[in-house]
Design a protein around this ligand. Sequence first.
Ligand code: IPE
Length: 258
Amino acid sequence: MLLHKLALIKLGGSVVTFKDKPLAANAAAIENISRILAQVDVPAIIVHGGGSFGHYRSMKYEMHTKPAAYDVHGVSVVHESMIALNQIIVNSMIRVGLNPYGIPPSLFTTGRKPIAAKLEQVHTMARSKALPVTFGDVVHMGAKKYSILSGDALMTILAKMLRPSRVVFATNVDGIFKDMESKELLTEIRLGDKKSIAFSKPLDADVTGGMQRKVTEAFKIASHGMDVLMVNGLVPERIAEAIGGTLRTGTVVKGGKR
Ligand code: IPE
């Protein structure tokens, strides 16, 4: 039994931006989700993706999740695009009365490694009515190397350290489909089922691996014993349902031990 609740929620780039249009935030979707979050009174940490901000810029500078000596000017441009998207989201949340606090991942990670004391501080903030809002970003890996740290990988880092009572991935689809032909929604999957899921190829503009990456991270989190809920964030009530434990349409990746 957990002493307190914590919801860890990833807002995918396909929800908060229009992925096929460079630097276009989906203001309506962001506002709808902000309103829903304002109604759900549970400590939470939000992670958002890059969508047509981070991915678009990363493509231009050929930057990926593999640490390398990327063009430092590109590092500036990609990071700035993520700060810009974070500001759009944070401002939308402020307008509906939430108390968001934007936090680049470099404040609580060194490369991909979490800094425990800083993460605990983020957790404490979430427990005292602030809403930390972090995001996939380009991070320094040491010497001349940088890497894209995806919001999905951040979810795993945060879930492993903070053990939230709810882990939610919101994308622009209803959940995980058995295959792309039948579009049959899987309502519940277990750790052993991963091989049976057929993925479509990620969009060209996705430098971190599309849906397959999300499912991979969801399984990683589930293997640490936490259920992971995959929902359609463009139907924001489902985020509220997922947090409240009453999800009707979506996929639950059941937590367990491998
Ligand atoms: C991407 O984060 C961050 C950058 C490209 C800088 P994600 O990989 O989590 O983004 P989405 O959700 O797939 O758009």
